[in-house]
Design a protein around this ligand. Structure first.
Ligand code: KIV
Ligand code: ZN
Length: 503
């Protein structure tokens, strides 16, 4: 019978370590609710000791998100474990996740401890966490570069101290599949204590092997995979959740393993994470990239029209991509919008629905037809907006190849309309300068990405920015049929995050 692989999602912890992807409490809850809908087994909500805000965010997830186990990360020290428990104690199924380096490189260069004293520290930390919580995961950081005999000793001792899950991380993405699979096999053969606990892996993608290494591990007996949506995470990222899940599903007879993921929620989760964390998905990304199901060569198109199985191994609908373009217009009204939102899986309370409806009308007035992708973009941006110190009102641009571009923008602060004008190298630069003048704060643009949400000349533009403001980086997102307006909305969104953070 097919063996179940648990999906431990660390998008909100390892994924959030991506520079500029920091989330506030509301954004974390929004994503955590979607991860629960997706059917992940464990949500690692954050690293509570890292900041009071993160502790509060993990606490809110623990109290509000039902279904999955909720985990919080802690170094192997009491203060971290205390914070983790403070955040997790309201969860139905809490898990404290303790980690400590185990490789000689980490012990000597980072922790400046010998093996025995690090082992003692690990055991003490697990025992301490166990006083609070039955479910304790222990991660042997940098396991793939750790001396095998020592790794076995650490695992044996931490299981004896009460760990219920042992995680073997390839922290620096150094492993290769045969070797990593073999490591898991040898550990299972050499450490009998592993029989009574969950054996987990956590692979990074520095050599592009995170998914392959995770698969090699589960084939050799690991039963939990730690991964992130869109493969985001520290440096080159973590193993991609959607790839692991769809490989196990598409090649079920090869692996004889399964997950409980509701695959039809994959695409929506991917879009939400990309938008809220402001990390674009590369077009050729497996499963969720915009080209993942696009057939462009004539021969392929001919084959697809005759029979989809000629060039398609996954049905787009199975990951929640609906290819028939469903059209709404400005005259569709509330009932039609509500119906379409329901078919897309959105169940909004009246206040959120009205916000989405107002923005829908604003866009539909300028873009004749609103496709499902447009609507998803509008909904997710509206739902994850920070409280707005300044709201966007209107923008005028004068630009051309022989003139200095000029932007005039009106924002609203409380009830007061604030208008100013500024020039720039181009219309986008002029509108960013204008926003800075109105809000009285300078920003340094670190990243800018603009893409069309759908095909066609009248497509909705979606802009994502990363802006350094007051020494920290804030992300922003905006949509509009007008790409300059989308960019200005994104820039303003970043400033609103800055103001929300400073209050
Ligand atoms: O990459 C890593 O080793 C980690 C641990 C904290 C599990 O993220
Ligand atoms: Zn990691």
């Amino acid at each position: 019978m097919s063996r179940k692989i648990s999906i431990f999602d660390t998008t909100l912890r390892d994924g959030e370590q991506v520079p500029g992807a920091k989330l506030n409490k509301r954004q974390k809850i929004e994503i955590a609710q979607q991860l629960a809908k997706l059917g992940v087994d464990v949500i690692e909500g954050g690293f509570p000791c890292s900041s009071p805000e993160d502790l509060q965010a993990v606490k809110a997830i623990a109290e509000q998100v039902k279904g999955p186990v909720i985990a919080g990360l802690a170094r192997a020290v009491k203060a971290d474990i205390d914070s983790a428990w403070e955040a997790l104690k309201g969860a139905e199924r809490p898990r404290i996740h303790v980690f400590l380096g185990s490789s000689d490189i980490h012990l000597q260069k980072k922790l400046r401890r010998d093996r025995d004293s690090a082992l003692e520290m690990a055991v003490e930390a697990v025992r301490y966490a166990k006083n609070y919580c039955h479910d304790v995961e222990y991660s042997t950081e940098d396991a793939s570069r750790t001396d095998f005999e020592y790794l076995c000793r650490v695992i044996e001792a931490t299981v004896k101290a009460g760990a219920t899950v042992i995680n073997i991380p390839d922290t620096v993405g150094y492993a290769i599949p045969e070797e990593f699979g073999d490591l898991i096999k040898r550990l299972r053969e050499s450490v009998p204590a592993l029989d009574g606990v969950t054996l987990s892996v956590h692979c990074h993608n520095d050599l592009g092997l995170a998914v392959s290494n995770s698969l090699a591990a589960v084939r050799n007996g690991a039963s939990q995979v730690e991964c992130t949506v869109n493969g985001i995470g520290e440096r080159a990222g973590n193993a991609s959740l959607e790839e692991i899940v769809m490989i196990l599903r598409t090649r079920a007879s090869t692996f004889d393993l399964h997950t409980d993921i509701r695959t039809k929620e994959i695409y929506r989760t991917s879009r939400m994470v990309s938008r809220v964390m402001n990390i674009p998905v590369q077009p050729n990304k497996a499963i969720v990239g915009s080209n993942a199901f696009a057939h462009s060569s004539g021969i392929h198109q001919d084959g697809i029209l005759k029979d989809r199985s000629t060039y398609e191994i996954i049905k787009p609908e199975d990951v929640g991509i609906h290819q028939h373009k469903i059209i709404l217009t400005a005259r569709s009204g509330r009932a039609a919008l509500r119906h379409r939102l329901a078919t897309l899986g959105y169940d909004l309370d009246p206040e959120k629905f009205e916000r989405v409806y107002a923005r829908f009308l604003n866009v539909a007035d300028r873009k004749k037809e609103i496709a499902s992708e447009d609507l998803s973009s509008i909904v997710e941006i509206e739902l994850t907006k920070v409280p707005e110190t300044y709201t966007f009102h209107s923008l005028q641009i004068m630009s051309g190849s022989t003139m200095v571009p000029l932007a005039s923008i009106t924002l609203v602060k409380e009830t007061q309309k604030l208008t100013d004008a500024a020039t720039g190298n181009g219309p986008v630069d002029a509108s960013f300068n204008c926003i800075e003048r109105i809000v009285g704060q300078q920003g340094i643009l670190r990243d800018y990405d603009l893409k069309a949400v759908t095909m066609g000349k009248d497509a909705l533009g979606e802009a994502m920015v990363r802006v350094e403001i007051g020494g920290a980086v804030y992300s922003g997102i905006g949509t509009s049929p007008d790409v300059i307006e989308a960019s200005a909305r994104a820039y303003l969104n970043a400033f609103n995050r800055f103001f929300a953070n400073s209050h």
